[in-house]
Design a protein. Structure first.
Lengths: 469, 290, 329
């Protein structure tokens, strides 16, 4: 590793926590988690329009049967992850967004049997890119790195944009998480196969695999799995968060830059992480919809950290109990410690497609925020070239418009600034609040505009009983 | 003597010079302002509260003078200002009823779902899993409305619910805008019976989270003589166009969330109402539990 | 679902971990890095210098505590060490023989007026210690400007008057008749001067440690010292001293080292970005040299840093970081 230091590719900014927690679950092989008795399937487990339930209360469903239909392009189907009976279709707070979301509840019954037409080996060679795209769309595959962007959209680049590089994201830069690492170690061939499917789908000749330098064994494995293929290059990357974010990965591997609000397609690249690529492989090669994924259950709040193959919609309580939850654990996070989402309760939370890790923390800290002392560490740490110090001050004093001028909307909330802040300021939280407030202001302005137009259409100055704005 | 004279002369010349300069500038760079706009603006209170729906008094003055917007929109000025504007514009000011902000939550004993830590305002807390309170529809008690209220009409009570002083409220709607749970409604002051709850949960679930929820028992809907109250989505909603604030529903509501602000009395001074409201919040809760 | 003894979890927004550095850690490390210079000062000027330092620190800490507790009603944050730094820095830039009330008045002015009147830690525009020094220079010109002495280990609380002290001219004394010191003395600090500014080597050690720890950006001291070095070499001097155009002498003498490593690098009052810090350092260097060469004061460090503090917002405005993907090369 030392010899290769010079060749490590990287980007500007970023952080590296002294303890990255990977050692906890790094060497635990992936095992199948017990099937859930009741699966709770949210109709919105992706970015975009929520799916519409196509089953009714009382229906009997098979494993892999479609229960939620995507009503738009930027959306994804939802499939039953266990065979059983639909006992309820209701609304529950979403574990990621916190908003009330429609959820289909399935009580497990009978054998764990695939729905007809699924789980059959396919002939990938004979497929056209559109066939592949369709299979992926039908499988409800989304980006499993956390953001859950529908994969088929990523694989349908606009006609005028050319993709000349597919990047397999094996960086897994979030501390603690090891699900992608385990997949790379145990399913190396399948993942590389998945990468080739993506290349075929996009008609792209070149692919890169980016792996952080703290996973040399995974690097070797991928190297040997790729073999002599001249089109797939395996790159060793510097160990730094957020190395696995699209912008940083593309900057490190291809040396191309694009704005934070732009998509990687602007740089002629498409990035998929390991879990997604494996899901694509499963979807295309075996026609298996996305009903399970690898979840790292880790952190100092569990005695037995492990990597489990978990059905989507599984309540987390039994999973944590099986990993021997410690008494004094006080924080449960979906995802890693830097971008993960803290859960309000252990009893109510269920996994969703984007849940790559359950991080349980003991003695999770609270921080007393103080005035910014302008140490400048956040400016150095920001991988997107923002000025978090200034943004936090503007957002705190609710000068949202000025904050917009300093690229508030370009912030991806990666958390580097807040991690390094010596004044312990909740910079990301302030920025999120500002974005929320701006979105509300925009919605209100649009509403007011509509109301004004409606009033003009009526041409009568009607005095309404509602709020004046 | 000489120095005094020199000083006087030089200062005098300077004064003359600058005076001429200013006079020239005011002629040369004169901006035409519609005299009507000026007149209208002069009659407005000039506190730029925004309650009329325009960004400040001068914008509203322009709208009145140039676009023919109704003259009765100024809330703090009330009828007096409307009349003045009417005189300026030569129209008759329609009477406009005073409106006030009403908080549609009467949370009692709502426990925290989790321990929240972070930016201490309602909107920031709302972004973290919808807020720390067990009732996902209710007040978060950080008091954004108290901060944003331009007339300091909203005060936070010790029990964690804000209360609106109707005397001071100018119905600018800022509290309604800032509340992430949309708990404020701006309503005419003559409507003083409200369903002060926004909970859409089923009765049993709602009851577990709060001592004062709407449990969708339908009693109010049955008793209403004007067909003004309907239970939809597990929540009683008043149609204020039909409601006469007769108070029949208040009598039957088992959880005391439908409340008559003034117990049938005519509109009195705001502080009396406020006092009544506070007394009701502290007193009129079901004591069956303990 | 199960209600039995459900855990109350802590919920915050991401990120859920924080880095090791926080304000107390930064501040106390700076205090540690300032210690060597102080030790040299006490060794050279006697225990009275230590007495001045302690007085200054105590006055600063007490003022901060009183203001936060009784005037502002804030939690008292003297434990974070920022007031201690102000106290130490103020004492370091006072002559060793000042009367005892000078550091007290200065510390109160620094904390009450320069720091808390502008909003406390993080919001002050000027470096409190330097602003207090500027204030003292105007309010008490006699003891501040004339008492350049070398005191040899007097009694603990003995004032200059009782001690057999040697009055000497400051190394930067411009008029004819000033004494010139050799580089070794300037490095070790064996010269007249303020309590903490004489020993260049102790200051450089402390400064380098701070750079190593990442609390100080090298661009400020480097830009500052390099600018003074270059300008001192090439600017036509109007000083009738033999060291007028000796760049090494300019860099080592006076308060330049203390200013470059500990005053100009004060996080609160210097720019945010690396580019800005470089501009800031260079600006300090230019002003210092101009004051030393062409103004009435022998030393320009204090005022040059204060002036650049004032310019910090404008430097910040023009040195915003470059957004990723914008205007790429």
């Amino acid at each position: 590793m030392l010899a290769g230091v010079k060749e490590l590719k990287s980007f500007n900014g970023g952080i590296h926590p002294p303890f990255d927690g990977k050692s906890l679950s790094k060497n635990k092989e992936i095992t199948q988690a017990p099937l859930p008795e009741v699966a709770y399937l949210y109709m919105s487990q992706h970015i975009g329009v929520p799916a519409k339930p196509v089953v009714a209360k009382g229906d009997v469903v098979k494993k892999g049967q479609k229960i939620g239909e995507a009503p738009a392009l930027v959306s994804a189907h939802i499939h039953a992850t266990v065979a059983g009976k639909v006992t309820d279709i209701t609304f529950k707070p979403h574990p990621v967004t916190g908003a009330r979301t429609q959820v289909v509840v399935i009580q497990r019954e009978g054998d764990d049997e695939w729905a007809p037409g699924l789980d059959e080996p396919q002939d990938v060679e004979a497929m056209s890119p559109d066939d592949i795209r369709n299979l992926i769309r039908e499988a409800g595959t989304v980006g499993l790195g956390g953001a859950a962007f529908p994969t088929h959209v990523k694989l349908s680049p606009p006609k005028d944009k050319k993709v000349d590089a597919v990047i397999l994201n094996g960086a897994e830069c979030e501390p603690y998480l090891t699900c992608d690492y385990r997949l790379l170690m145990e399913k190396t061939k399948e993942v590389i196969e998945g990468l080739k499917i993506i290349m075929k789908c996009l008609g792209c000749k070149n692919a890169y695999v980016g792996i952080e330098a703290n996973k040399p064994d995974a690097y070797d494995k991928v190297r040997s799995a790729v073999g002599e293929d001249p089109h797939i290059k395996v790159e060793l990357l510097e160990v730094k968060y957020p190395q696995g974010a699209e912008h940083q990965l593309i900057k490190a591997i291809l040396g191309r830059e694009f704005k934070p609000t732009q998509l990687p397609i602007e740089a002629g690249a498409v990035v998929h992480n390991v879990s997604t690529t494996y899901a694509i492989y499963e979807a295309v090669k075996y026609k298996r919809p996305l009903i399970q994924r690898v979840v790292s259950i880790t952190g100092d709040g569990v005695e037995n950290p492990n990597n489990l193959l978990v059905r989507i919609g599984t309540p987390i309580e039994p999973l944590l109990k099986a990993a021997r939850l410690k008494e004094d654990a006080n924080k449960v996070i979906y995802g890693g410690p830097l971008m993960g989402i803290a859960q309000p309760s252990i009893a109510d939370a269920v996994t969703v497609k984007g849940t790559g890790g359950l991080l349980v923390m003991r003695n999770a800290g609270e921080w007393q925020s103080r005035a910014c002392i302008r140490c400048g560490k956040c400016v150095d740490a920001c991988p997107y070239g923002l000025n978090p110090s200034l943004l936090s001050i503007l957002c705190e004093s609710e000068h949202f418009q000025q904050a917009m001028e300093f690229n508030l909307m370009e912030c991806k909330e990666c958390g580097c600034c807040t991690y390094v802040c010596t004044s312990r300021r909740p910079i990301v939280h302030l920025i999120k609040t500002a974005k929320y407030e701006l979105a509300r202001q925009k919605a209100r302005a649009q509403e007011a505009q509509k109301a004004k137009e409606a009033q003009k259409a009526q041409a009568a100055p009607a005095v309404t009983a509602t709020a004046p704005k | 003597m000489e120095t005094v004279l020199a000083a006087l002369i030089s200062m005098g010349f300077l004064g003359l010079f600058f005076g001429l300069g200013l006079a020239f500038a005011s002629e040369r760079f004169h901006v035409d302002v519609n005299p009507k706009v000026e007149q209208v603006e002069g009659s407005l209170p000039g506190i730029n509260c925004g309650a009329c729906g325009y960004a400040g008094c001068s914008k509203y003055a322009q709208a009145v003078a140039l676009e023919g917007v109704p003259v009765n929109l100024c809330v703090p000025g009330g009828e007096a200002v409307a009349e003045k504007l009417g005189n300026v514009m030569g129209v008759k000011a329609e009477k406009r009823e005073k409106r006030v902000a009403v908080l549609m939550c009467s949370a009692k004993n709502v426990k925290d779902k989790f321990h929240y830590s972070g930016v201490t305002n309602c909107r920031a807390a709302f972004l973290v899993q919808g807020g720390q309170k067990n009732c996902e529809y209710g007040c978060l008690s950080f008091g954004d409305c108290v901060v944003v209220c331009p007339t300091k009409a909203i005060k936070m009570q010790p029990n964690g619910l804000p209360v609106v002083n109707e005397d001071l409220c100018i119905a600018c709607g800022k509290c309604a805008e800032i509340c992430p749970k949309n708990l404020y409604k701006i309503l005419p002051i003559s409507k003083y019976v409200h369903v002060r709850c926004m909970n859409l949960d089923k009765g049993g679930t709602a009851k577990k989270k709060c001592d004062n929820p709407c449990i969708a028992c339908m009693k109010c809907q049955k008793v209403c003589p004007f067909d003004a109250i309907h239970v939809t989505n597990n929540l009683a909603v008043i149609d204020y166009n039909k409601c006469t604030s007769c108070g029949e529903c208040v009598k039957v509501c088992p959880t005391n969330i439908i409340r008559n602000y003034r117990d049938g009395r005519p509109a009195v001074a705001g502080w009396v109402n406020q006092w009544i409201d506070m007394a009701m919040v502290t007193k009129r809760s079901p004591k069956k539990r303990s | 679902m199960s209600n039995a003894q459900e855990k109350v979890l802590l919920v915050t927004t991401s990120p859920h971990i924080r880095g090791p550095e926080d304000i107390p850690r930064v501040m106390w490390t700076v205090v540690g890095a300032l210690a060597p210079a102080g030790l040299v000062g006490v060794y050279l000027f006697g225990y009275y210098a230590l007495f001045i330092v302690i007085l200054s620190v105590l006055a600063a800490v007490l003022t901060e505590a009183v203001i936060q507790k009784y005037l502002l009603g804030q939690p008292v944050s003297v434990k974070d060490g920022s007031a201690v730094i102000t106290g130490i820095l103020l004492a370091y830039i006072l002559p060793p023989g000042v009367p005892w009330y000078i550091p007290i008045v200065g510390a109160i002015f620094a904390i009450a007026i320069v720091k808390h009147a502008f909003g406390g830690l993080g919001n002050n525009i000027w470096n409190p210690a330097l602003a207090a020094r500027a204030f003292l220079q105007v309010a008490y010109p006699a003891p501040i400007n004339s008492d350049w002495r070398v005191l040899k280990q007097g009694g603990i609380f003995s004032n200059i008057t009782g001690v057999d002290s040697i009055t000497q001219a400051s190394p930067l004394f411009k008029e004819f008749g000033g004494k010139t010191y050799n580089y070794t003395d300037l490095l070790t600090g064996n010269v007249p001067g303020c309590i903490g500014e004489t020993s260049a080597i102790a200051l450089i050690l402390g400064g380098l440690y701070l750079i190593y720890r990442g609390y100080v950006d090298w661009r400020v001291p480097a830009g500052y010292i390099a600018t003074v070095f270059i300008l001192a070499k090439f600017l036509p001097a109007k000083i009738e001293a033999p060291w007028a155009n000796d760049p090494i002498y300019h860099v080592l003498a006076g308060g330049l080292m203390l200013g470059a490593f500990f005053m100009a690098t004060d996080m609160v009052t210097s720019p945010l970005t690396k580019k800005g810090l470089l501009v800031f350092g260079i600006g300090c260097g230019v002003l210092t040299t101009l004051i030393r060469f062409y103004a009435a004061y022998p030393e320009g460090v204090c005022y040059s840093i204060l002036l650049m503090n004032t310019a910090t917002p404008i430097i910040d405005r023009y040195t915003q970081p470059r957004l990723l993907g914008q205007g790429k090369k």
